[in-house]
Design a protein around this ligand. Sequence first.
Ligand code: SAM
Ligand code: TMP
Length: 388
Amino acid sequence: MPIANAFLSAEQLSEPEYTFNLKAGFCESCFMAQLIDTVDPNMLFHDNYAYFSSISHVMDQHFADLANTISNKIFYDETLSVIEIGSNDGILLEKISGYSSNTIGIEPSTNVAAVARSKGLDVISEFFNEDLAGKLFAEYSPAQLVVGANVLCHIPDLNELARALNIVLEDQGVFIFEDPYLLDIMSKLAYDQIYDEHFYYFSITSLSNLFERHGLRLFRIEQIPVHGGSMRIYGCKSESSRSVEASVVNQLQTESDYGLSNLESYVAFADSVKKSRSSLVDLLGNLQNEGKRIVGYAASSKGTVILNYCGVGADMLEYVCDNTPSKQGLFTPGTHIPIVSIDAFAADYPDYAFVLAWNHMKEISEKEKEFHSKGGRFITHIPEACII
Ligand code: SAM
Ligand code: TMP
């Protein structure tokens, strides 16, 4: 599997492409689901990181709600000191700054961090780790809040992360993380969440085990719909006065009932994923045999997994269109399909658009009503391939 976000220029197409063995495993001791072989984070998060958080209006609204929740339901304090890990282009940090005068973002990908700085935000371009936590503790006041969206699962050494949290957090401080949720991945067959950047696929069971080993604990969880099904976790130091809420206890029971602590559940998931792949290959093959024009919609990281795992290449998809300007003109990793603008899609509608970012399906279908009204149809692939 190539790196999911390593889109290629025309010149790079003739060069050897980095690939690794994409395999997910499950630990029967601590119940963590995770990658077996991993890619060095320096190869993933750098000066040319492809994902700009602000491309999605839905995510923008989602983070406005999170900032509001933080301000009104967790803290009531304008002097709140906040560290955001993985602040990207500042989509959340900017909103939190509206409520708190003391915020700092940690963002190792320098290109997206530069966008956040251009909005006047304070960002350190380094990986959040124990070393940086020591420096932050020495230079700033302890954090009342550490927050991170879609970043915890991007950090390969979670034991170090927990130690770093302990360093920067005030004794009564809170951490909030949101990441794709394992139960959603399993129940929706969302295997395309499994790729290089996602070192882990969290359950509340596995996260509770992790944090307990480090004197931390969860006190509240909320299921949220973004990115195809995520979990927002609220945690604190073990000795904090915050009491554990029913949401945590109930979700641990739900996970146990589903079988998330049993290897057999993961083996069954793998079998279903193979069937899902067959349904997609059959559907696209049949449409191609009928002479239909098919394109991809959204050059997402998940798309790289789908296309490479299912063997869908430039012979099947004419192009992939995407609204991120920096991806246009490049080619999809591994499968080398040209990426074009949404304008190019609108200029000459194909018969079918295979949506490679099913998590953004609602937003995309609302934008593309004209495509649909002119007879175009979307294809989606999980749990089974279908035309909508
Ligand atoms: N928080 C944003 C959001 O939810 O849209 C960005 C999510 S993006 C998938 C993950 C971000 O985390 C990237 O911008 C990446 O550079 C950053 N990142 C990865 N490892 C990190 C680390 N150890 N410390 C801080 N940020 C990290
Ligand atoms: P991701 O799944 O890796 O987050 O990438 C999502 C991709 O989807 C990103 O490259 C932008 C693209 N996209 C569109 O092209 N149109 C849209 O309306 C949305 C929401 C996303």
